[in-house]
Design a protein around this ligand. Structure first.
Ligand code: 13P
Ligand code: ZN
Length: 286
């Protein structure tokens, strides 16, 4: 199928009480693996790239790879800009054919975050593409953005943020962090329940790598509709490639170790899709 937007995917997830898994991809093999796993699970899926991933190649190159891989699959696939950090990058991704955008102004004070996000939202609205904003923040390090601690989302501010920016979905701070957890995160799952009551747009959980399966499922039961997974997949891909090359140090065919990485990503993606409860849900989105 052609790439679809995240709008209907997340609406169906919110309505039916599961989450769409959103996987960060870094190269062609990961794109292929994520789509193959989702097709096997008959699940809708979101591929996403951070600004540094876009810079590694280009928005056009990722969009072309994703569109070509999605074309052959019979499930809805969206391509999302993750943690977009400038309006120029948003425009670039929209021009390249991305079907979903995130703008991350969570490091700004509230007023600035609203203004920054609102401007990006108007660009997306003109293009008919949904946009995710972030309020509160996710700890850890994603791309070049490092955050000391987690910032829990304030419900009053969240109501105002959604109303004034016009975002289609909201990434919230509930204690998770990007990257490998050095110590157990202090989550506030109750906050998800509170936000779900007050916010009409779908809620997004960042920093899902390294969380216990039951914790992710509890967050989904309380109202999360999109779960972001990056680090776990990067580790799985890299470990598989490393192991392949250690076993066969004479190998110089990128297809061989690339295939090992791809297989590892397929396996892990299937597991995460099951945890999010989105297997068998492809037909709900039209
Ligand atoms: P992890 O790297 O912790 O899985 O975080 C993913 C994420 O939030 C991407 O935006
Ligand atoms: Zn994130």
């Amino acid at each position: 199928m052609p790439l679809t937007t995240t709008e209907k995917m997340l609406a169906a997830a919110k309505k039916n009480g599961y989450a769409v898994a959103a996987f960060n991809c870094e190269n062609m093999e990961m794109i292929q693996a994520i789509i193959a796993a989702a097709a096997e699970m008959n699940a809708p899926v979101i591929l996403q790239t951070t600004p540094s991933t876009v810079n590694y190649a280009s928005a056009r190159l990722f969009a072309a790879n994703a569109a070509a891989a999605a074309e052959k699959a019979d499930i809805p696939v969206a391509l999302h800009l993750d943690h977009g950090n400038s309006h120029e990058l948003v425009k670039d991704a929209l021009d390249a054919g991305y079907t979903s955008i995130m703008i991350d102004g969570s490091h700004f004070p509230l007023e600035e975050n609203i203004a920054f996000t609102k401007k990006a939202a108007s660009l997306c609205l003109m293009a008919g593409i949904p946009i995710e904003g972030e309020l509160g923040h996710v700890g850890g390090k994603e791309d070049d953005l490092e955050s000391a601690g987690a910032g829990y989302t304030d419900p009053e501010e969240a109501v105002r943020f959604v109303k004034e920016t016009g975002v289609s979905s909201l990434a919230i701070g509930v204690g998770t962090a990007h990257g490998v957890y050095a110590k157990k995160p202090v989550l506030n799952p109750q906050l998800i329940s509170i936000l779900k009551e007050r916010i009409t747009v779908p809620l997004v959980l960042h920093g899902a790598s390294g969380l216990d399966d039951e914790v992710v499922q509890d967050c989904i039961a309380r109202g999360i509709s999109k779960v972001n997974i990056a680090t776990d997949l990067r580790i799985a891909y890299t470990q598989a490639v490393r192991e392949y090359l250690q076993k066969d140090p004479g190998c110089f065919d990128p297809k061989k170790y690339g295939n090992a990485g791809r297989e590892a990503v397929i396996k892990l993606t299937i597991k995460r899709i099951k945890i999010c409860g989105c297997q068998g849900r492809a037909g709900e989105i039209n």
